[in-house]
Design a protein around this ligand. Structure first.
Ligand code: ZN
Length: 248
């Protein structure tokens, strides 16, 4: 029997406390809705963490016991301590998966791991979004079909200031005419990173089955085998060889 994938669902968890409309959609926070879906999936063990917990809920121990971290942030990116960003980055390079949701495109861990601006076009008028699968063989698109739609969404448009994705899974069309690379994969060290665009806080997007399915698929994709380790630094040769400067 293989071990469960340990997912930590992280949320800034501020809009849900301060905005009555958002509180109605997510009374216990977006993280609670995402976590409760993931918990029902076979092979996933789930916990949550939020910004206002000590160390943002991401202690060394928690991260050491996390195979995949999902991240939602928006208004408080700057409040995430650099020490915790260092910790998340190191864990990703050591093999932890990172799933970056919606406005977390500007989160410190994502920008750090990408090394680019991660900026984009945006517009908030509740227009329709259609996400096209462009890699039908990709495990993250499993069960999604050819496309799915989010009836009311915040538009994110190209140009998206990211490095070229290693794998592109979704491209979005928006009613207003823009397009956006909405499901992007990268490898960073031993870790895998997936950016997924849906999830604006004023719409019930994380109640939508297709969106939750993609996050569950991505959790399985992003998990690396435990115990993978790099051998680096100065090494003795594996074969008996004469060094180039030795003379007979
Ligand atoms: Zn948004």
């Amino acid at each position: 029997m293989t071990e469960d994938i340990r997912v930590t669902v992280w949320n800034e968890f501020r809009h849900e406390k301060t905005n009555e409309h958002i509180k109605k959609i997510y009374p216990d926070g977006m993280h609670a809705v995402i976590a409760s879906h993931l918990e029902k999936q076979p092979g996933l063990t789930v916990r949550t963490a939020t910004l206002d917990e000590p160390e943002h809920g991401l202690t060394e121990k928690t991260l050491a016991e996390t195979d995949v971290l999902t991240w939602w942030g928006h208004g408080a990116h700057k409040e995430v301590a650099d020490e915790i960003v260092d910790r998340v980055q190191k864990r990703v390079l050591d093999g932890m998966g990172l799933i970056v949701l919606h406005s977390a495109h500007m989160s410190k861990p994502f920008v750090r791991l990408m090394g680019t601006t991660c900026f984009l076009k945006w517009r908030e008028i509740g227009e329709k979004q259609r996400l096209w699968v462009v890699d039908h063989a990709h495990p993250i698109a499993e069960g999604v079909g050819d496309y799915f739609e989010v009836p009311h969404s915040e538009m994110y448009g190209e140009p998206f200031g990211i490095p070229q994705p290693d794998e592109l899974v979704f491209i979005s069309w928006f009613a207003g005419g823009d397009v956006f690379r909405s499901g992007c994969c990268w490898h960073r060290g031993l870790g895998k990173v997936f950016y997924f665009q849906p999830g604006h806080e004023t719409y019930p997007i994380y109640h939508q089955p297709e969106v939750l399915r993609v996050i569950a698929n991505a959790s399985r994709w992003a998990a690396s085998p435990r115990g993978a380790a790099l051998i680096q630094g100065n090494q003795k040769p594996l074969e008996q060889i004469e060094s180039a400067d030795s003379s007979p």
